[in-house]
Design a protein around this ligand. Structure first.
Ligand SMILES: Cc1ncc(COP(=O)(O)O)c(C=O)c1O
Length: 409
């Protein structure tokens, strides 16, 4: 059979959603300056779907630094991979600043979070090793695991008994040259709960392993200085390799790992997606430095983010919605219902109330459930929150209709 013909009949788990409602439910285009107020299909909307947690992306000083850097360097330099011709003082300065921000000895810049962490996982473990990861890990960890040659097992989400079972299994089977890598997330992005980092680190007393934490949503938002989930939970030192991306709180492209110098030295020469790929263009690197500096200078942005988060969450709870017990700004509203209900909520909120929310249904959440995920940012105002709560109040008859019918059937 022709490969292309075969692909037509194989849309993949998300394929049916992308063809149905393209440009609306999937691949929507939010236009205008980045922020809590944007345009969707020519209409003004209050946006609850972008991860610019600290509203740094469109900050005036950032825009100015971006423009100046683009003018000074253009978007091509440096050319080549960092190992060959793509290194610069700016790249190295950013790495020093990231290490300092994260209270780790050294950091390694990655061009993209997804490919970066995949390659880091691939590089770290070999066929003698054991890789144990949380079952709800992000796709990039799952894909990184596929690349890795190690023995791979999952533990039930945040379940320490299940993790211990896997650690015991590895202990029994390991050879003298076997090592164990445990991977979890700082913040689970769909539900907003934190990885049980303290409990995992406590297991190091009994078992020999290293811990890699993907803290995509925690970097910049959690901890009193923004250094993430480990700091928030009081166990940052126990994280052996910290991974953060610029894709959320820094509102940019790029990512990093922070860890011991000997590990960074190894990764520099072994992370294939960086060794065999062009390095980040200078304007992005300069901009990341500026954004990091601003995040450091403005702890009040984090305070505002949390104030907004609590106001939104309390308001949704007060009017009868089931907000999952998130420990991060991620605000997931769970309700019973079909894919059609998920689409109706998005449509009615956007069209009738000027509120842009995104939702997911099966297969991202269990069949019969709908999850509307709101991302508050520091830039939202109480007026945005008030209008959003009014809209959620107004759509209650629609949201709860299917659940009610099911109960009375
Ligand atoms: C938990 C997690 N890890 C990794 C990534 C990938 O990062 P990036 O967007 O920088 O490729 C994401 C999404 O951005 C994420 O949510």
């Amino acid at each position: 059979m022709d490969l292309f013909d075969k692909l037509e009949g194989r849309p993949g788990p998300l394929g049916s959603f992308t063809s149905d409602g393209y440009g609306y439910y999937t691949f929507p285009k939010l236009e205008g300056p980045l922020g809590p107020e944007m345009k969707f299909n020519g209409k003004d909307v209050i946006v609850w779907s972008i991860n610019d947690y600290l509203s740094v992306g469109n900050h005036l000083e950032v825009r100015k630094a971006d423009t100046e850097a683009a003018e000074k360097y253009g978007f091509s330099a440096p050319m080549g991979a960092r190992l060959m011709t793509g290194n610069s003082d700016e790249h190295e300065a950013l790495e020093r600043e990231l290490a300092d921000f994260m209270h780790k000895p050294e950091a390694l810049l990655l061009n993209f979070g997804y490919q970066g962490i995949m390659s880091v996982i691939h590089a770290l473990v070999d066929r003698n090793d054991f890789l144990i990861y949380d079952e709800l890990s992000h796709a990039c960890i799952v894909d990184g695991k596929q690349l890795a040659m190690a023995d791979k097992t999952v533990f039930k989400h945040n379940d320490m008994e299940s993790l211990e079972k896997q650690l015991k299994r590895a202990e029994k089977r390991r050879k003298p040259n076997s090592s164990v890598l445990v991977i979890t997330e700082g913040v689970f992005g769909m539900t907003g709960d934190l990885g049980k980092l303290k409990e995992i680190i406590a297991l190091k007393e009994k078992y020999d392993f290293r811990l890699l934490v993907d803290d995509a949503h925690g970097f910049g938002t959690l901890g009193d200085d923004g250094s993430g989930a480990g700091t928030q939970l009081g166990c940052h030192d126990g994280i052996d390799i910290y991974f953060g991306t610029f894709a959320k709180a820094v509102a940019l492209i790029g990512a990093f790992v922070a860890t011991e110098p000997r590990v960074i030295e190894f990764l520099k020469a072994n992370v294939r997606s960086q060794i065999f790929a062009k390095s980040l263009p200078l304007p992005l690197v300069v901009s990341a430095r500026k954004r990091l500096q601003l995040i450091r200078q403005h702890p009040e942005w984090r305070e505002k983010l949390w104030k907004n988060t609590m106001m939104l969450r309390d308001g949704l709870n007060d009017i009868g919605y089931n907000v999952l017990p998130s420990e991060s700004p991620v605000t997931p509203v769970l309700t019973e219902g079909s894919t059609e209900l998920c689409q109706t909520i998005m449509r009615v909120m956007r069209e009738d109330h000027g509120i842009f929310v995104s939702g997911v249904a099966y297969p991202v959440v269990p069949k019969g459930m709908v999850l509307i995920r709101l991302i508050p940012t520091a830039g939202h105002t109480s007026e945005h929150i008030k209008k959003t709560l009014e809209a959620f109040e107004a759509i209650k008859p629609i949201v709860f209709k299917e659940a009610k019918e099911k109960r009375t059937a």
